[in-house]
Design a protein around this ligand. Structure first.
Ligand SMILES: [Zn+2]
Length: 213
């Protein structure tokens, strides 16, 4: 009796293990999904053929002109880069279990792979966008390394010579807290250190009380 009981325990354990393995594959299948890109909205956002809007994880690209606001520095180039590489192509979407499924605008938050290439990483590495690491993502270190590469290579948004030529502002970059619209300079403890913030060459928003913005 005792041995038989142990045997059925083992069987039960094996069944549980098999179920666990199975559900693991099912969830992998569900979180990795192929979609066709209908149109690129800006560097980090596109619409799929089924109408879903997808926001790339871990990257923030400068924006095009919208709602009467002028285009951000390098916004046109960044959008064009994504358009050429993504539009009409089939890409693989992968969810990050550390992050949310959708953002507050209802867009799917996903890593986007094209020909096994992580497109967020490519945008950051080539200077078409900033590493967005103010929310939990598993690729934080990887993206910060790519951003350091791009900055050292002065690529794209890090090409301060071009920033000087194209804007009236000096070559400094500011950190804009998108929640309270407060601007910080590079010396501030809040620089790249608030939720929902972004880097900008524009001296917009309200100057921070501590650093002067
Ligand atoms: Zn500050």
């Amino acid at each position: 009796m005792y041995i038989a009981g142990r045997e059925s325990d083992n069987k039960l354990r094996m069944k549980k293990t098999l179920l666990l393995i199975l559900s693991h594959f099912v969830s992998l299948y569900l979180i990795a999904q192929d979609v066709k890109v209908k149109r690129v909205i800006d560097g980090d956002t596109f619409e799929a053929e089924d109408g879903e809007k997808i926001r790339l994880l871990g990257v923030d690209c400068p924006e095009l002109a919208h709602f009467g606001k002028p285009a951000e520095y390098f916004g046109k180039e960044s959008t064009e880069f994504s358009r050429q590489n993504l539009e009409g192509k089939t890409v693989k979407l992968v969810k990050d279990s550390l992050n949310k499924d959708r953002d507050k605008y209802g867009r799917l938050l996903r890593y986007v792979y094209i020909n096994k290439q992580d497109f967020s990483w490519l945008l950051i590495e080539e200077g078409y966008g900033y590493a967005l690491t103010t929310y939990p993502i598993s690729k934080r270190d990887e993206y910060e390394r790519a951003q350091n590469d791009a900055r050292e290579g002065r690529r794209g948004v890090w090409n301060k010579h071009l920033i000087n030529k194209n804007t009236d502002a000096n070559a400094r970059l500011y950190w804009l807290n998108m929640r309270n619209n407060v601007r910080h300079n590079e010396g501030c403890k809040y620089f790249q250190n608030t939720k929902d913030g972004k880097l900008t060459p524009d001296k917009t928003g309200i100057a921070c009380n501590i650093c002067g913005g």
